[in-house]
Design a protein around this ligand. Structure first.
Ligand code: F6R
Length: 240
């Protein structure tokens, strides 16, 4: 694992954007796995600026998002479809058909999950996967005690995750209890991984993931067995 400690959220976002941009400069048809949530918001803003300054084109990039809630329409402002469109995709020159997100508005969720995995494989696999980390050590929506062998699947969200994500909803009751998430295996098969963490509330999870035992109790701990992971953390999240 490579560790980069930066001063604050702004620096983390800039460093992360440079890594994503570097990936696209080297291979315009890169397959990139993206995350939602508060953590990568600044990185998306930086990437949009690079696009606007004509330093970067996303016209050939293919994307796969990590996860999506079950039970929210794509147009719902809390859906991850909406998040990605509003915070990133609608501002850049990505081709619509190159955007892939789990479709949870479908009867057969298992079939959707199998299809998602198949599509990732057909594109040649993920070149770079961007991750945030949950306070309980989750990556994607792979909550503690998940099987490391899991591929894209339906997950039940932990109470801690529901509580953490309720900040985006009017009532905690409105937070979906289930989601579709890439599995740990899907994430670990990415060629490169970029893990971002900011703020003191992430310090404990990050410390356990990086210095504690490799265990499904802390899903992010498996990342230590990946050959190419860069962790960018701000001073508050840093365990160093
Ligand atoms: C989001 C995702 C989650 C988040 C994690 C951190 O697509 O898969 O694992 O990365 O819950 O969320 P934030 O960044 O909101 O603290």
């Amino acid at each position: 694992m490579n560790f980069v400690v930066v001063k604050d959220y702004h620096e983390m976002s800039k460093r992360a954007a440079v890594i994503v941009a570097g990936q696209i400069y080297l291979k315009s048809k890169s397959v990139i796995g993206f995350a939602t949530g508060s953590t990568p918001m600044g990185m998306y803003r930086e990437l949009i600026s690079m696009y606007r300054e004509e330093k970067l084109s996303f016209s050939e990039m293919i994307t796969f998002n990590l996860d999506e809630y079950i039970g929210l329409a794509k147009e719902n402002t809390n859906s991850y479809h909406y998040y990605m469109m509003e915070n990133f995709f609608k501002h850049i020159d990505i081709e619509k058909e190159n955007i892939n997100m789990p479709n949870s508005n479908i009867e057969d969720i298992d079939k959707e999950c199998r299809g998602y995995e198949k599509k990732i494989a057909e594109t040649g696999g993920i070149d770079l996967q961007v991750l945030g980390i949950g306070k309980n050590g989750h990556i994607g929506f792979n909550e503690p005690n998940i099987s490391f062998e899991a591929t894209t699947h339906q997950v039940k969200l932990d109470e801690e995750t529901i509580l953490a994500n309720s900040r985006f909803f009017t009532n905690i009751e409105d937070v979906p209890r289930y989601a579709i998430s890439m599995g740990i295996q899907t994430i670990m098969f990415a060629r490169k991984i970029l893990l971002l963490a900011n703020g003191k509330e992430k310090a404990d999870a990050l410390c356990k993931a990086v210095t504690g035992p490799i265990t499904p109790d802390v899903p992010a701990s498996i990342l230590r067995l990946h050959k190419d992971v860069t962790v960018i953390m701000d001073e508050e999240a840093s365990f160093l």
